[in-house]
Design a protein around this ligand. Structure first.
Ligand code: NAD
Ligand code: ZN
Length: 424
């Protein structure tokens, strides 16, 4: 089979900066909408931003209502409930998602399920769902992140826990991409340090995994109808990832320490999240994210500070970072220069490790210790005995594993998980 010669890159239009969320009424009025649903979670609703944004819509003569039933880290069940609510109270001409990845992803699913017939599972990725292609355009969705992390405001996917299977998966199609991303760093000033740290590590992993992803030319040549959202690292995604890593080097630790009053650090983190989203949203992520799915999906009784305490959870940003040092030790030989460059960008002043393959893991471990990420999968309640149960959950994420420049098998993943029980 011939090598691929084509890569693709996409992102929604962006309005970025302090106060940008005050302009959503104006932006939405440009789509000619009359009735809009604002989608958020209880925690974010209590902060007042969704109400302010709904008022801003009303000033432009748009009828606006708020749905605040988003589940933090959505499930198939919670997305179905949100879609049922929207169907019952509809029709809606558009949606505004206000919150972290949980709210934005839920709004993407609600938009899909109220724009077209079919059930959630019809659209969910194979082999868990039927991976049906959305039959046409969706309603305008304006995505307004209140965390600096997922980049979901610019990506074409939404992620959910399938409760009955204890597995995380998603829907991925370019039509899910929001119509507009409105990124206002002032909305993140209230983020607790633990959420700043976890969602910040999500940015780190997005940037480094995409930067070290298989290069797009190394895949088999695709037919036009076979092209997927994620095409491997490529010159355009690389640029965004490199810039994201530089911003993280400057501001991640400061944002965790001084987040309540340092607008500059919050702005850098928002920009880093947006840039990394523009990178990974096209290149794709690999082993750390693939491991993150069972680590989050099979949680037993871990309840992290800074998050809702009503049920156990491993936040996405924690789950994807816990095996990152080991995963990058594993992938190092496939692209040493990219691993070294990522380490240099993330921490230009770092001491030189004895082995080149140790440079990136040691930079990541130092960062995780400083921002307060749990020490390995042991820190969120797993032991070596759990590894055989975690491995199949990772192996189900074939789409992500295939993006790794060195394809891991079950034994490789078991080794990575086992050596990640403690990271320091
Ligand atoms: N679609 C994508 O491309 C993509 C990418 C990565 C992750 N995700 C998904 O996103 C979800 C995680 O999203 P997240 O990390 O942004 O967090 P989140 O949306 O789950 O929110 C985490 C917590 O922070 C609170 N919160 C949010 N903004 C706040 C603010 N400004 N001030 C105070 N509290 C605030 C929320 O109420 C919640 O309790 C996961 O489900 C993950 O799988 C999606
Ligand atoms: Zn992520």
């Amino acid at each position: 089979m011939a090598d691929e010669t084509i890569f693709t890159w996409g992102a929604p239009p962006l309005k970025f900066g302090a106060g940008a969320s005050d302009e959503i009424g104006f932006e939405m009025s440009g789509y000619g909408v009359r009735r809009v649903l604002v989608v958020t979670d209880h925690g974010v609703h209590a902060l007042g931003a969704p109400e302010r944004i709904a008022d801003g819509l009303r000033r432009y003569g748009i009828e606006a209502e708020i749905f605040d039933g988003v589940h933090v880290e959505p499930t198939d069940d919670s997305m179905n409930k949100a879609a049922e609510y929207a169907r019952a109270q509809g029709p809606w001409d558009g949606f505004v998602a206000v919150g972290g990845g949980s709210a934005i992803d839920t709004a993407k699913a609600v938009n899909l399920l109220t724009s077209h017939p079919g059930e959630l599972m019809d659209y969910v990725n194979k082999p868990i769902g039927a991976a049906k292609v959305p039959p046409g355009g969706l309603k305008p969705l304006v995505a307004v992140p209140t965390t600096a992390g997922t980049g979901s405001e610019s990506t074409a996917m939404c992620v959910m826990d399938i409760l009955s299977m204890k597995v995380k998966t998603g829907i991925s199609h370019w039509r899910l991409r929001p119509a507009l991303a409105v990124v206002d760093p002032l909305l993140t000033m209230t983020l607790p340090p633990e959420v700043t740290a976890a969602s910040g590590m999500d940015i780190v992993c997005h940037a480094v995994e995409s930067y070290t992803a298989r290069y797009y030319t190394s895949f088999d040549r695709k037919e036009p109808e076979e092209r997927v959202t994620y095409c491997g690292s490529n010159p355009v995604s690389d640029l965004w990832c490199e810039r994201a890593m530089g911003l993280l080097a400057n501001s991640f630790r400061t944002a965790v320490r001084e987040g309540a009053d340092n607008v500059g650090a919050r702005s850098d983190m928002m920009m880093a999240a947006t840039f990394a989203g523009m990178g990974f949203g096209n290149a794709g992520v690999h082993i750390p994210h693939a491991n993150g799915y069972p680590i989050a999906g099979m949680v037993r009784d871990y309840r992290p500070e800074g998050y809702p305490q009503d049920e156990p959870m491993v936040p996405h940003g924690q789950s994807v970072s816990l095996t990152a040092p080991e995963a990058f030790r594993f992938s190092f030989d496939s692209a040493p220069e990219r691993h070294l460059r990522a380490a240099e960008l993330l921490d230009p002043g770092a001491d030189r490790a004895r082995e080149p393959s140790e440079q990136l893991p040691s930079v990541l471990v130092a960062l995780m210790r400083d921002v307060g990420i749990p020490n390995g999968i042991g820190g969120v309640g797993y032991s070596e005995d759990d590894v055989p149960d975690l491995v199949p959950g990772t192996m189900k994420q074939q789409r992500l594993l295939a993006t790794c420049p060195r394809m891991p098998d079950e034994d490789d993943i078991a080794g990575i998980l086992t050596r990640s029980v403690e990271n320091w």
